[in-house]
Design a protein around this ligand. Structure first.
Ligand SMILES: [Cu+2]
Length: 497
């Protein structure tokens, strides 16, 4: 229906224009060609002047009207250390081009008016003028040189990479159709190696998990945090097509190119809360965020720093939006502590874990820490039930009392604890599940407890502080009805006496 109306309108307008043309022709015949020419030239001249005025006033008015929503003006001062430099460069360019814009606009339309057709006037023919040539070559050349030199200077400042001794945080942004995968280093502060050949559905950015630096790396969820005042280096990579890493409020913009890592270094200087407070001072941002809900939150309250893809990378391009929150170092640390290692939570122990069956240094450290904490709690507790602890990660060869090699980590933690608490005496207890002969289970559990005691005495712990006991299947923790429960019942415990 709308299309039909539009077509009808176009036809009608065409008919009207044709009719106007016919009327003009007719008047020209009546009044004479010369008179018509003078009339229409005068009209065109005045219309040019009117257009010039409306155009210039409109341009200047709209720039003024929208000044508080443009980056670099009003509340939108750059939120990064280098941003001000870029803003002032854009301003200088704007001043030069603005002057030229106003002069050429006035000249163009004024000349159209002044030199409109008039009886007997002839155009002057100038074949060549050296002075003019020099003028209009030299002025743009000088201005351009100034702008380019300033721009190069700014580029070198902004694109300077981090120095060796600088304190900075490195994160990584991998673009793909249509999302960003942002990776933070773990507590080691280093991002692990990647190899595109290792990319799988469970390892989207191709982390090489044989590299220990990868083990603690974090791939956070939707919310991303950055500490204010801390230098950030972003490694930027694309997996498929060209994307662009754009943080407009920080004046950070860099292509993400497949096969060619790029980077950007910047320091956020304004927290999200500070930016919101700045916006709050302007009427534009005191409008309701959702026009349908006039009593709801204001626009300034909902402000977030956003990461956008600034390259038209495909039909889902618009969805490549992420939120960065800039917060104080303390708030950042609190958020960072909650983040879990991608490797340990998603890959460790699974089919494609290249370290399957190995105990990692970081796990040894974590377990030692957890062990010393739980033993401290048990020693200090007045409750008898709290004095019995299960030795995790202790394994024996099937059906035998021989400790497997990877049991030593937990046993060494126990040795450390025995040395830390020289008065502590313990009983080691072996337990089995209910499969097999009960008498054999009992013997096996006794032998296994004895094997643990032997491990400890071999490392200098006095035998007088140790007892071994075997309970077979007589003290299950859970009914022996599932494999999971049976695994729970096969255990080695120790009780502080
Ligand atoms: Cu994109």
């Amino acid at each position: 229906m709308t299309a039909l109306i539009i077509i009808l309108c176009i036809i009608l307008i065409t008919v009207v224009l044709v009719q106007i043309g016919k009327v003009t022709e007719l008047t020209a015949q009546i009044k004479g060609e010369r008179e018509t020419l003078r009339e229409s030239s005068k009209w065109n001249g005045w219309l040019s002047v009117a257009f010039m005025v409306v155009f210039l006033v409109g341009t200047i008015w709209s720039a003024y009207h929208y000044k508080n929503v443009m980056l670099g003006y009003g509340p939108h001062a750059a939120a990064s250390e280098h941003g001000g430099e870029l803003d002032s460069m854009f301003n200088i360019t704007l001043i030069f081009t603005g002057i030229v814009f106003v002069i050429t606009t006035i000249a163009l339309f004024w000349f159209a008016y002044k030199y409109r057709w008039s009886e007997g006037r002839k155009a002057q023919f100038i074949a060549h003028d050296n002075r003019l040539e020099v003028l209009w070559t030299a002025i743009p050349a000088v201005v351009m040189t100034l702008l380019v030199v300033r721009g190069l200077n700014a580029w070198n400042t902004v694109m300077a990479d981090v120095g060796n001794d600088e304190d900075y945080m490195e994160i990584e942004a991998t673009a793909q159709q249509f999302n960003w995968m942002i990776r933070y280093p773990g507590p080691d502060g280093k991002l692990g190696a990647r190899d595109y050949k290792k990319t799988t559905s469970g390892n989207q950015i191709g982390q090489d998990f044989t590299d220990p630096k990868n083990w603690d790396d974090v791939i956070p969820g939707q919310e991303l945090y950055l500490p204010v005042g801390k230098k950030v280096r972003v490694r930027i990579i694309a997996k498929d097509v060209l994307h662009n890493f754009y943080l407009p409020h920080f004046r950070v913009k860099m292509d993400a190119v497949p096969g060619m890592p790029t980077y950007f270094v910047f320091t956020p200087v304004k927290t999200t809360a500070e930016y919101r407070n700045e916006l709050r001072k302007y009427p534009e941002y005191n409008q309701p965020f959702d026009p349908a809900d006039p009593t709801g939150p204001k626009r300034w309250e909902k402000f977030e720093y956003e990461l956008a893809c600034a390259e038209l990378c495909g039909k889902g391009h618009y969805s490549m939006r992420r939120i960065f929150r800039v917060v104080s170092q303390e708030e950042f640390d609190a958020w960072y502590r909650q983040q879990e290692s991608f490797y340990l939570t998603q890959v460790r122990g699974k089919e494609d874990d290249p370290n399957k069956g190995k105990v990692l240094d970081m796990e040894v450290q974590q377990r030692a820490k957890a062990f010393s904490e739980s033993i401290k709690a048990a020693v200090e507790s007045a409750n008898a039930a709290d004095k019995t602890l299960t030795l995790n990660n202790i394994n024996f060869e099937t059906g035998a009392a021989t400790l497997t090699a990877d049991s030593r980590y937990e046993l060494d933690n126990l040795v450390t604890a025995m040395n830390a608490y020289p008065d502590m005496r313990i009983q080691i207890a072996g337990h089995t599940d209910n499969t097999g002969d009960p008498a054999a289970n009992l013997t096996l559990s006794q032998q296994r407890a004895a094997a643990v005691v032997k491990y400890l005495t071999d490392r200098g712990i006095s035998a007088s502080r140790l007892q071994a006991a075997g309970y077979g299947d007589t003290k299950p923790l859970a009914p022996n009805d599932t494999e999971e429960n049976r695994a729970k019942n096969r255990r080695t415990e120790f009780t502080i006496l």
